[in-house]
Write a protein that binds this ligand. Structure first.
Ligand code: MSP
Length: 656
């Protein structure tokens, strides 16, 4: 292993073994796999880690419920994750389990080091514990004094002797890290949430438990056998124990991680606890922690009890693994929430993949077969089509920064521009007429142009769709590797002469949903507008003045109106009407609101402004994105304007 080569360490969270994988888990893993594949193509020495999180009360109880030993149960479920990733050809370099002996040794070493550094002390803990989230919550955060603010399940009061980590001592250092490293947490709006939380004050963290057994024991020198480690301390340490921390340090030169991919639900653990632990251990902090949004089904959290869980294997088997990968990464802006539907998946396959990419390959196969016996030759491409080449290279140049900023949906959007250039060139230059008019050289150059564009696009698309792009590369007789990445995709090289191999269409058109059993839940959910119509109609039956339905004050107060501050605003690609906003309404997390105001407001005009939000609407789905509220606006023949508080008000202030 040469030391001169830049290293890239990419991690997924490690998955709990209390349940089998669903599309949320697949999403995290597929993004990480895409980053790892890109990083290898870009010539970085890459290490990609995934694995399973197997300790804690939740797992112990899940095993007990099934009448199995905890270890046997953990072995079984861990294997289902590993098998799924193998089936999905996930290019991980190591699959770690928190029950691995090396990992447990590393966690003990970390405990000893933190203790030696004066960051761990013993005390008594009294608090409310949610087993499902494996988290303590202060009473003030509980819903109705009892229920977990994260998952809604009942919490239990725990009073026990515990070791504490001095998290409060790291407040200033954490804030300095957030301020000094702009992209340490991506998207940046998520970083603001973390900063607000830390500024609110940090309490020391209970990091051991005595009420159950299934965990890593404290290091022998602590001489305190009744304690096991808190699962989050155990689990977070996996990112360095996987590299040999606490044992042989074999791969510690990969640390710090380049990207640690997580879902937004576990941001606090990764953006607060994890860097504080690392500081205590004297280890450098990760370069980026990237938090993606949440996938729902019809606007609802997926859960076995609701029977609305989408099985990633079923979807990939029915629609094609690479198509599924493309869909997940293209459909939702990174950081935003998305709703799974077969209709949206089919639209992406038929339109982006079938019409734009697949047809282009068919066209070049047809063209070269008909006029040139399948031969493609590029020597005159620049002579006739320099403008098209320039346009393509300009788009390709924009890609890498987008990926490194985790704007994967925009990466894919930009990557589609060269395909438009190619399709447009065929329509404009009409190869059949070129041939008719004896312009054979020009027609062959067009063949070369289209093939080169397909090659360049498939290299850059490879990290997202590895199998499909390998097929395209085989048809065009070149290899996707670090060399072609450098010369053809990042550079301006075209393809050496070759004879095209005909292949079957890559994206046969899909006319109707292929998975009938998951379809019923996919029916378009009633829009918020329908609900409004219905309630107006109902009140009309009872009360009406001059055509306006009258309601009682209690009905009015059923609507929760709040002042919101727009903390992030962006355009929804391909939509003339929609903006995607993150609006702070004084809750733990901002609301994602999709607003049909783009005709009147640019995204930057909305940023940092205040709005009035209808905060208790059922979530609705617009262009595949969940909208968790509605903005008040007034519209007449002159256009639309937002209704805003006259003076700045704290986000979350009730209106009424
Ligand atoms: N074991 C912890 C992580 C420890 S990391 C040191 C855990 N496990 S989990 O299995 O519950 O979730 C793992 C990942 O899956 C998280 O990033 C989470 O955000 C992601 N997803 C689980 N359900 C999801 C959706 N419905 N949608 C998108 N991702 C979600 O948390």
């Amino acid at each position: 292993m040469s030391n001169s080569c830049e290293k890239a360490y990419i991690t997924t969270p490690i998955y709990y073994v209390n349940d089998i994988a669903h599309i949320g888990h697949a999403y995290t893993t597929i993004i990480a796999d895409t980053l790892a594949r890109y990083s290898r193509l870009a010539g970085l020495e890459t290490f990609f880690l995934t694995g399973t999180d197997e300790h804690g009360q939740k797992i112990e109880e899940a095993a007990k419920k099934r009448g199995e030993s905890t270890q046997a149960y953990a072995d079984k479920i861990s294997a289902t994750f590993k098998d799924l990733w193998d089936d999905f050809d996930i290019s991980y370099d190591k699959f770690i389990r928190t029950t691995d002996a090396d990992h447990m040794k590393g966690v003990q070493k970390a405990f000893s080091t933190m203790h030696a550094n004066g960051d761990i002390y013993k005390d008594t803990y009294k608090g409310h514990y949610c087993i499902s989230c494996e988290t303590f919550f202060p009473e003030i955060q509980l819903v109705d004094g009892e229920f977990c603010p994260e998952c809604g399940k009942s919490t239990s009061v725990v009073e026990e002797e515990s070791y504490f980590f001095k998290l409060s001592a790291y407040e200033d250092k954490l804030l300095a890290w957030y301020n000094d490293t702009p992209d340490c947490i991506l998207p940046r709006s998520k970083k603001n949430e973390v900063i607000r939380f830390v500024e609110g004050g940090l309490q020391d963290l209970s990091i051991t438990r005595t009420s159950f057994d299934w965990g890593v024991k404290l290091p022998a020198e602590m001489n305190d056998p009744k304690h096991v480690m808190y699962v989050w301390l155990d689990a977070l340490m996996n990112y360095v124990t996987a590299l040999g921390y606490g044992t042989d340090d074999a791969n510690m030169d990969y640390w710090p991680a380049r990207v640690q991919l997580i879902g937004k639900d576990i941001l606090r653990f990764h953006a607060i606890y994890w860097p504080a632990f690392l500081m205590s251990l004297g280890l450098p902090l990760p370069k980026h922690i990237a938090a993606h949004g949440w996938w729902t089904r019809d606007g609802e959290k997926m859960s076995k009890s609701k029977g609305n869980v989408v099985n990633p294997k079923e979807v990939a088997d029915a629609y094609g693994l690479d198509n599924f990968r493309y869909f997940m990464l293209r459909e939702v802006p990174f950081g935003g929430d998305g709703d799974f539907s077969q209709k949206a998946l089919i639209d992406r396959i038929n339109s982006d993949l079938g019409n734009d990419l697949g047809n282009l390959l068919n066209r070049v196969i047809g063209m070269s077969g008909k006029y040139f016996d399948g031969k493609v030759e590029s020597s005159n491409v620049a002579k006739y089509y320099q403008a098209e080449l320039d346009e393509v290279h300009a788009s390709l140049d924009k890609l890498e920064p987008l990926l490194y900023e985790m704007q994967i949906h925009r990466y894919l959007e930009e990557l589609w521009r060269p395909l438009t250039v190619a399709n447009r060139a065929i329509d404009k230059y009409e190869p059949w007429n070129l041939m008719k008019n004896g312009k054979e050289e020009e027609a062959m150059a067009l063949n070369g142009l289209i093939s080169a564009i397909l090659a360049k696009v498939s290299i850059m698309l490879y990290p997202v769709m590895p199998a499909v792009c390998t097929k395209i590369a085989n048809a065009l007789h070149f290899n996707i590797n670090a060399d072609s990445f450098e010369k053809i995709a990042k550079g301006t090289e075209l393809l050496s002469p070759f004879t095209l191999t005909k292949i079957d269409p890559l994206f046969p058109r899909i006319e109707e949903p292929l998975l009938t059993q998951i379809e019923p839940a996919d029916k378009p959910s009633k829009s918020a507008g329908d609900d409004k119509k219905k309630s107006v109609a109902k009140s009309k039956e009872s009360n009406e003045t001059e055509g306006v339905a009258l309601i009682g004050i209690d009905q009015f107060f059923q609507t929760s109106l709040k002042v919101g501050t727009v903390i992030e605003a962006q355009e929804v690609p391909k939509s003339k009407k929609l903006l995607l906003l993150q609006v702070d309404v004084g809750e733990a997390e901002p609301r994602q609101i999709v607003a049909g105001i783009k005709e009147w407001y640019a995204a930057e005009d909305m940023l940092n402004t205040q709005v009035c939000v209808v905060a208790n609407l059922k979530p609705a789905k617009l262009m595949g994105m969940i909208s968790q509220g509605m903005l008040l606006a007034a519209k007449d023949e002159d256009g639309l304007c937002m209704i805003r508080p006259e003076k700045p008000k704290t986000a979350g202030t009730p209106i009424g």
